[in-house]
Design a protein around this ligand. Sequence first.
Ligand SMILES: N[C@@H](CCC[C@H](N)C(=O)O)C(=O)O
Length: 281
Amino acid sequence: MEFVKMHGLGNDFIIVNAMEPPLLDRTDWEEIAVRMCDRHYGIGGDGLILVFPSDKADIRWRILNSDGSEPEMCGNGIRCLARYVYERGIVAKRRIEVDTLAGIIIPEIITDEAGAVTGVCVDMGEPRLQRHQIPMVGPEGPAVNQELAVGDEAVRVTAVSMGNPHCLIYVNDIDQAPVTTLGPKVEVHPAFPAKTNVEFVQVVSPDEVQMRVWERGAGPTLACGTGACATVVGSVLNGYTDRKVTVHLAGGPLHIEWREENNRVYMTGPAVEVFRGDFPL
Ligand SMILES: N[C@@H](CCC[C@H](N)C(=O)O)C(=O)O
């Protein structure tokens, strides 16, 4: 099976064109994702992206985490998908409608004067803030700066869904953030029935934050696009930042804007192809 390896700020994905049979008809992608994403016995990746035809949009995708679970959305992944389908002529336009489990999401290819792709800006849609939308147990309404008991620890959290769930924890020193110790505990906390991604955030200024992530189904990654969007929404709701913010991640910066006029979040960042190959099925 042919694949392409891509990444968005080091959040890396394997992309497979499943537009036609026999790949279109396969039903074992979860197991294949685990094998392909294994960094020792496979190709290595934070997730597997599959490209399918759609009757609702230009293209349908499935994104699978490295543990085989299927999230509703992935910000870095959708930039990679957009570049992949654009450069191969699978979708012959720059504004691409993608059918996802979080609804129709619209990435737009950015090019320089010579027509070379320089990045992708994605209309990530409206954030979902009600607890049942995240989902997070507790009294209905937004969960902003709420106390959450994690074992013996009381942690203050803000929860935002960008189609997929995110739990933000603000810290004073990003380098000391307990990403690999607290992250996995919050991921499977009973308050989050669908589990959650966990973001540790240090506010630098009204237009700059630093963020490190523990991803649901993938563990620590170098960047998380939906997490960066959720971070800006949560930071505005907490009164920490303006609506246009650069989010610095381990893999580099993402530019995020939560527009007041339409309540939609826009994410701009890179998508890079690394190599191509064949994987034995
Ligand atoms: N890295 C992604 C998010 C991938 C999905 C996530 N692990 C989940 O289970 O929700 C991004 O860039 O948004």
